[in-house]
Design a protein around this ligand. Structure first.
Ligand SMILES: Nc1ncnc2c1ncn2[C@@H]1O[C@H](COP(=O)(O)OP(=O)(O)OP(=O)(O)O)[C@@H](O)[C@H]1O
Ligand SMILES: O=C(O)c1ccc[n+]([C@@H]2O[C@H](COP(=O)([O-])O)[C@@H](O)[C@H]2O)c1
Length: 194
């Protein structure tokens, strides 16, 4: 049975913050692989300046080329939008459940709003949440604090966001160190976020 951590996101674009977290989890937890699930439409986000799904997928693909334990996933591309994670998990289990055990990866910021996710109780009954630290306002709800399914992982804190990268690239700043090299090249050649 392969243990796979699912890292959900819009990845518009994927940056080194995402990569550091994913790599930390495959190297320092019991997860065998991490799959980046590129979400066409996140339930809590508007579609503003969102690149086409396939371009976001391609950038993740380029970013993980030299990391055999990290994989991009298109599973949500053909599912109804907005993409509720609980639905995606059903599809993943149908397709891979026989020899894969799935868990979710999220930052502490997302754990703080996890009670707003569709059917979060069902998710927590069936899957573990691997939670890494993140600088953010607010409190983790009591119900999640000592929950047996919430696994704390001491990954490094990297406060970078895709929003910052898109904005400052547009402003003509050099944001190149924040992106894997191949992602920078793809983004630059395609003239994204100009
Ligand atoms: N620097 C970071 N360190 C750790 N986790 C991050 C970091 N940036 C984003 N994440 C988390 O990774 C997941 C996927 O990121 P996503 O692309 O959706 O967000 P983002 O980088 O914050 O993008 P945007 O700025 O466009 O909202 C989300 O759960 C998000 O909270
Ligand atoms: O299922 C839900 O209700 C739900 C609500 C908010 C977010 N999510 C998932 O969490 C991922 C990260 O969310 P965000 O808004 O921080 O980019 C997003 O890509 C979705 O897959 C899922």
């Amino acid at each position: 049975m392969k243990k796979v951590g699912l890292f959900f996101g819009t990845f518009n674009p994927i940056h080194i913050g995402h990569l550091v977290i994913a790599n930390h989890l495959v190297e320092f937890s019991d997860l065998d692989e991490v799959w980046f699930v590129i979400t066409p439409q996140s339930p809590f986000k508007t579609k503003q300046s969102l690149l086409d799904d396939h371009h976001r997928y391609q950038m993740v693909y380029e970013a993980v080329q030299e990391y055999p334990k990290l994989k991009p996933s298109k599973i949500e591309f053909d599912l109804p939008q907005p993409n509720y994670t609980v639905n995606t998990l059903v599809h993943l289990d149908e397709r891979y459940g026989e020899d894969h055990q799935f868990a979710l990866i999220m930052g502490e910021d997302n754990l703080k709003s996890f009670h707003k996710w569709k059917n979060y109780e069902t998710i927590l009954e069936q899957y573990s949440l691997y939670v890494y630290p993140r600088v953010s306002a607010g409190e983790v709800e009591q119900q999640f604090k000592d929950h047996p399914k919430v696994v704390r992982v001491a990954a490094p804190i990297m406060e970078i966001s895709s929003t910052f990268i898109r904005r400052e690239h547009k402003n003509g700043k050099n944001i190149r160190p924040l992106l894997p090299n191949a992602v920078w090249k793809y983004m630059d050649e395609m003239n994204f976020y100009r």
